[in-house]
Design a protein around this ligand. Structure first.
Ligand code: 4NP
Length: 165
């Protein structure tokens, strides 16, 4: 299975979610899940993640091997699931989808949060330009939702929908 996390700039939320999900799937023994990330914008293509994404994430023991990339329409073919951070990412990535089947691969990460059923699906707020506590809160929110993603994959509640296989 292939999962891509997507935000606007691909330097704060989606690289954090990529790192958290990679470790969560490894710890769960689900080694056949590949996780990557991208941004809807091209502002930070080729760049390392934001310094506070790296600083807080490294303290939490995460690894950041990738650099910024922009999401492309082809990703809707090659990925099984695209996990976006907010409604604007959802609209932007779904706009790349040629049909409803591929649009359905795009889901808010907040759907998998532990309180989604009671509190409703929340966006992951953009911490860019905010101080360190915003990045710490971002990691807490992403870690909670990542546990839900791993459970959904393990219980086969998310389908493998890759094309061309
Ligand atoms: P991200 O945060 O979408 O979580 O990576 C942002 C990073 C950069 C910009 C916007 C959001 N920017 O406008 O450069």
């Amino acid at each position: 299975m292939r999962i891509m996390t997507v935000c606007l700039g691909n330097i704060c939320r989606s690289p954090a979610a990529e790192a958290v999900l990679r470790r969560a799937f490894t710890e769960a023994g689900l080694d056949d899940v590949e996780v990557t990330s991208a941004g809807t914008a091209d502002y930070h293509v080729g760049e390392r993640p934001h310094e506070l994404t790296l600083a807080v994430g490294t303290e939490l023991g995460y690894e950041f091997p990738t650099v910024g990339a922009q999401v492309r329409a082809e990703d809707l073919d090659t990925q099984d699931l695209l996990l976006v951070m907010d409604e604007s990412n959802l609209a932007d990535v779904q706009a790349l989808a040629p049909d409803s089947r591929r649009a359905a691969k795009v889901r808010l990460l907040g759907e998998f949060a532990s309180d989604a059923a009671t509190a409703g699906v929340q966006e992951v707020p953009d911490p860019w330009g905010k101080p360190r506590p915003a990045f710490e809160a971002m990691y807490r929110q992403i870690e909670d939702a990542a546990a839900g993603v791993v459970a959904a994959v393990r219980e086969r509640r998310v389908a493998e929908g890759r094309d061309g296989r």
